[in-house]
Each structure stands twice: as C-alpha cells, then as structure tokens.
Write a protein that binds this ligand. Structure first.
Ligand code: K1U
Ligand code: ZN
Length: 170
C-alpha cells in the first residue's frame, strides 16, 4: 500500500477528465487501496482518482466516524438529481478553505464495486454532496468553480502568495 501525492489547486492536472474503467483487475484494486490509504492519511471523507493524477473513474468515500466503512465507486454515474441544498464543503485539493455550495439535495446514482457488481443507490445529506463533489473531480471540476469569479481569483492569489513564501523559506 502507498500514500499518494494529492494535487493542489491551481495545478492544471486537476482539470483533466478521467476515463471509464473497462476491466476491474488487480491494478484497479491496488489503485483503490492506495486511494483509501491516502484519503485516511489526509483525514478526508472522499477522494477521486484525478486528485492523485490517475485518470480513471474511481472514487473512494468513508463517512463513518470509525473510518471503517470504505466505499469504492468504479465508474459512478448520477442518474437523477432532485431539489437543492446548500452545504459547507472542503476539498483535499484546496487545503484550509471551506465554503458553501448549492447542489442537488437528493440523488440517484450507480457504480460498480471492486467485485464487479452494479449498485444502484438513492441518497441525500452528506453522502449525496460527497458523491456530487467527487464525480465533479472526475470531470475536472472543483467546488470552488461554483463560487463567484471574484472569490475564486482572491483564493488563487492567496494560494500563490503562500506558495511563494513556502518556496522562499526552503
Ligand atoms: O474530494 C475531496 O477533496 C475530499 C473532500 C470531500 C468532501 C467534503 C465535504 C463536502 C464535500 C466533499 C474532503 O474530505 S474535505 C476535508 C474534510 O476533512 C471534511 C470536510 C467536511 C466534513 C468532513 C470532512
Ligand atoms: Zn475535492
């Protein structure tokens, strides 16, 4: 198992679109294991493969307190969106920044498990938000894209300034 490097905004590689997984083989299982280890190490509740520069449609999620209920979603696809809800979101690719985003309140989605089974699910609350956030990552979209251009520009400048300070300190 390995902890992978999580890309940070404004890295252009976060804008890449992930491709569907054709065959769930040992390599895909190893990627999923490494993604889970990375998500737990970073104290996240989700992680999409594009965040670790792997352009495959794989997402891991664990909303449990004990961090012992991992979900691996291969080729996840939302089939129905209902209602609207605003929730405060964070992102492992945009460290130390949280903001409120409006998304669908209730979703229906499907995915393949690592055992090659197709699962259909209906959900709301944090899981619905997290699935939408992670599928956005697979499509090269970040939660900050929903903010106003002014807010996003300010955030980019702040991050670039911090990066320059970090580089000087080295
Ligand atoms: O995809 C990611 O970057 C992971 C992200 C998932 C997410 C959190 C909150 C709303 C939508 C999607 C995180 O895990 S952010 C970090 C975090 O630790 C966290 C944020 C809110 C609740 C619980 C944990
Ligand atoms: Zn994220």
């Amino acid at each position: 198992m390995a902890i992978l490097e999580v890309l940070h905004f404004p890295d252009d590689r976060l804008r890449n679109k992930a491709l569907p997984v054709d065959n769930i083989d040992l390599k895909i299982k190893e990627i999923a294991e490494n993604m889970l280890e990375t998500m737990y190490a970073e104290n996240g509740i989700g992680l999409a493969a594009t965040q670790v520069n792997i352009l495959k449609r794989i997402v891991v999620i664990d909303l449990s307190e004990e961090k012992n209920r991992p979900l691996v979603l291969v080729n996840p696809r939302i089939t129905k969106l209902e209602g609207k809800e605003s929730m405060r979101e964070g992102c492992l690719s945009v460290p130390d920044y949280f903001d409120t985003v409006e998304r669908a309140e209730k979703i229906e989605f499907n995915y393949k498990t690592l055992e090659n089974e197709i699962v259909n699910m209906e959900t709301d609350g944090l899981l619905a938000v997290c699935v939408q956030h992670e599928i956005d990552h697979l499509n090269g979209k970040l939660f900050i894209d929903y903010l106003s251009p002014l807010k996003r520009q300010r955030l980019k400048k702040k991050i670039e300034k911090l990066e320059r300070q970090d580089a000087k300190a080295l």
